[in-house]
Design a protein around this ligand. Structure first.
Ligand SMILES: Cc1cc2nc3c(=O)[nH]c(=O)nc-3n(C[C@H](O)[C@H](O)[C@H](O)COP(=O)(O)O)c2cc1C
Length: 149
């Protein structure tokens, strides 16, 4: 049976989307059957048992408060409704270190899935600024993710 991965991302200006695509390319190059979904088109029903790993990508918005990328908020809320027990999860996202909660959405999602029993298999990837400048670290991280399946 071929290995499968699912990437669900939320992105306002396309940065986290481009990271999702970069990660997807690496996984596909490793022979992993990878589905990439904008969170706008995703629901909890997508979180099936067929995936060797599920990746969540989300940027961080907000000034004084920590806010997830807006499209991701309803999905984040419904994460409370299912179990992530025995599911391998990895989390990534874009942000800027000048803000109080640098990539706070990444931390929030990681915490949420852990609280629902997930096995977070790798330290989350936090991209500071333009993801084009982080090309190598994205590839490295995605390669490590592929080894976890
Ligand atoms: C109004 C505003 C608020 C932001 N708040 C945060 C924040 O709290 N923490 C953070 O790490 N980045 C913050 N950012 C930076 C964005 O997360 C960053 O630009 C990111 O690359 C956007 O990714 P996206 O295009 O995938 O949505 C903020 C940017 C703006 C314009």
């Amino acid at each position: 049976m071929s290995k499968k991965a699912l990437i669900i991302y939320g992105s306002s200006t396309g940065n986290t989307e481009s990271v999702a695509e970069d990660i997807g390319r690496v996984l596909k190059d490793k022979g992993i059957d990878t589905i990439i979904k904008n969170v706008q088109d995703a629901s909890m029903e997508d979180i099936g048992n067929e995936y060797g790993i599920i990746l969540f990508g989300c940027s961080t918005w907000g000034e004084d408060e920590l806010e997830l990328q807006p499209d991701f908020i309803p999905f984040y809320d419904s994460m409370n409704d299912i179990s992530f027990t025995e599911k391998k999860i990895a989390v990534f996202g874009c942000g800027e270190s000048g803000y109080t909660y640098f990539c706070g959405a990444v931390d929030a999602i990681e915490e949420r899935v852990r609280s629902k029993g997930a096995n977070v298999v790798i330290e989350s990837l936090k991209i500071d600024g333009d993801p084009m400048d982080a090309d190598e670290s994205i590839k490295e991280w995605a390669t490590s993710v592929a080894e976890q399946i």
